[in-house]
Write a protein that binds this ligand. Structure first.
Ligand code: AHR
Length: 487
């Protein structure tokens, strides 16, 4: 398949917020115990109890933000359980089925420490279903009040952190249409108003609070919630929604037909962004707030990961997941003027993960490599791209491009699972000022993946000094990033 893609330098879309490349870690299945957290006394290399391998790799991809503690878990979480010595063990529906209870070894201090080691900002999800606004206010007070001021700031100091934590993002609830209380949009809107008003009351509260949003294409949720905020718009800083593109066949053992079925579902993200944004535009709120897609990814049937189903929602990650990661991140770049943040679900041993870990083993999935290949988009100016003959899914190459400090990043994914694409990159309104560095991610097959036994079966290959006057190859079921100076 041959294709020309035009890169229109003067046609600027907006700045790509680094937070679009965000992550999510919930107390669910094997994400923390023993994915991220191995404990300070573990033989597994760790820093302050967290797996060193993952810290190093997260630094490598410039992970900007990490959401915590859930997810649905957030709606039964009492922040007090994770503070100080002698922490209580609690029920946790999301691990109990595996015979595990919540030990609260990772609480506020440990999680913020992890973020600081990675260089990511924390994004806290506040429980609105089973605690009061005052209890949530106390968490914010504990975390954000200046040194030596409130009683809770003094308690934080006693627990080893005199200075306030840097937690810029706070979400109010999670999936309140479902696991977060089975609320109607109108009921949630009232809860949001209560919580946000009380939280905004404290001087150190962050500027923007993020509202718990819709399930996929439930535009009515966004509409009712936005409608309820008219007159008190200052308490709303971001509107979330979640979209899992779901499954098509087995995670690893799927057909070509199922390949296209799942990619089609992933492409739905584009329409969801446009239409949720349309609701905000309808209320003329687009200058005040943006969308936060704080859970996204594929959700395959359980059991394909190394724990063989012990860790809830743990799944393998193949080149299909990598191509869907690339499609989704390209959609985000191309719609970056509407998006404040996005968080792939989840980081380790769960759903669309970047790492699979257990005991001494820890490997990167193909999705990790996509995040690595796309990282130079962060803070870039996205520009318009036009791909010729790109309508049919099996003849489509997903693309986005951005420019930062005179260097252009173009990221491409071949939606065809069997045929390579030969792509000419035609620069309009600028010229190439040197040769390109081209990084390619592909496997032997569309379901290639990494395992503990073969951790580098899928790994990127970088080639420098590539002239862009000819076509570049985007392999079948493959992902490519191109970096080149432009004038
Ligand atoms: O990511 C796993 C679960 O999926 C989260 O807890 C919930 O928010 C979503 O339904």
């Amino acid at each position: 398949m041959k294709k020309t893609i035009h890169l229109v330098v003067p046609d600027k879309i907006g700045t790509i917020a680094p937070e679009i490349y965000g992550h999510f870690s919930e107390h669910i299945g094997g994400v923390f115990y023993d994915g991220l957290w191995v404990g300070k006394d573990s033989k597994i290399p760790n820093v302050n109890g967290f797996r060193k391998h993952i810290i190093d790799k997260m630094k490598q991809i410039h992970a900007p933000v990490l959401r915590w503690p859930g997810g649905c878990f957030a709606e039964t979480y009492d922040w007090r359980d994770g503070i100080g010595e002698n922490r209580p063990v609690r029920p946790n529906w999301w691990t109990e089925k595996d015979g595990r209870y919540e030990p609260n070894s990772v609480g506020t201090h440990e999680f913020v420490d992890l973020c600081e080691m990675i260089g990511a900002k924390p994004y806290f999800a506040v429980n609105v279903t089973s605690i009061t606004p005052l209890h949530a206010r106390d968490w914010m007070d504990y975390c954000l009040s200046p040194r030596g001021t409130t009683t809770l700031a003094l308690e934080r100091e006693k627990n080893g952190h005199p200075e306030p934590f840097d937690i810029p993002y706070w979400g109010i609830g999670n999936e309140n249409w479902g696991g977060g209380g089975n609320m109607t949009p109108d009921y949630y809107a009232l809860e949001y108003r209560r919580f946000a008003t009380i939280l905004k009351n404290i001087p150190s509260a962050p500027k923007d609070l993020i509202a718990g949003g819709a399930n996929g294409g439930d535009y009515n949720w966004t509409r009712r919630l936005t409608d309820s905020m008219q007159g008190i718009r200052r308490i709303l800083g971001g509107m979330s929604f979640h979209y899992y593109c779901g499954k098509a066949g087995d995670c690893v053992d799927f057909t070509a037909e199922q390949w296209y079925e799942l990619l089609e579902k992933a492409y739905r993200m584009d329409e969801l962004i446009t239409r949720h944004w349309g609701v905000l535009q309808g209320y003329k709120m687009e200058k005040e707030m943006k969308l936060v897609i704080d859970e996204w990814g594929c959700w395959h049937p359980d059991g394909s990961g190394p724990s063989k189903g012990y860790n809830l929602f743990e799944q393998q990650s193949t080149m299909r997941d990598a191509v869907i990661s690339a499609i989704t991140l390209n959609i985000f770049n191309n719609q970056c003027d509407k998006i404040k943040m996005a968080n792939v679900a989840q980081l380790v041993n769960n759903l669309h993960c970047l790492f699979l870990a257990g005991g001494e083993n820890c490997i990167e999935t193909p999705t990790f490599h996509v995040f690595d290949m796309f990282k130079t988009h962060q803070n870039g100016t996205a520009i318009k791209t036009v791909a010729e003959n790109n309508d049919a899914l099996d003849a489509r190459v997903s693309v986005s491009a951005s420019v930062k400090d005179g260097v252009m990043t173009v990221t491409l994914a071949n939606c065809n699972c069997a045929e390579d694409a030969e792509v000419s990159l035609n620069l309009l309104g600028g010229s190439y000022a040197g040769k390109a560095t081209v990084t390619t991610l592909k496997g032997d097959a569309m379901n290639s993946h990494n395992t503990f036994e073969a951790p580098n079966a899928v790994a990127p290959i970088e080639v420098s000094d590539v002239a862009l006057d000819g076509a570049i190859t985007v392999p079948a079921a493959g992902v490519v990033s191109v970096r080149v100076s432009i004038a």
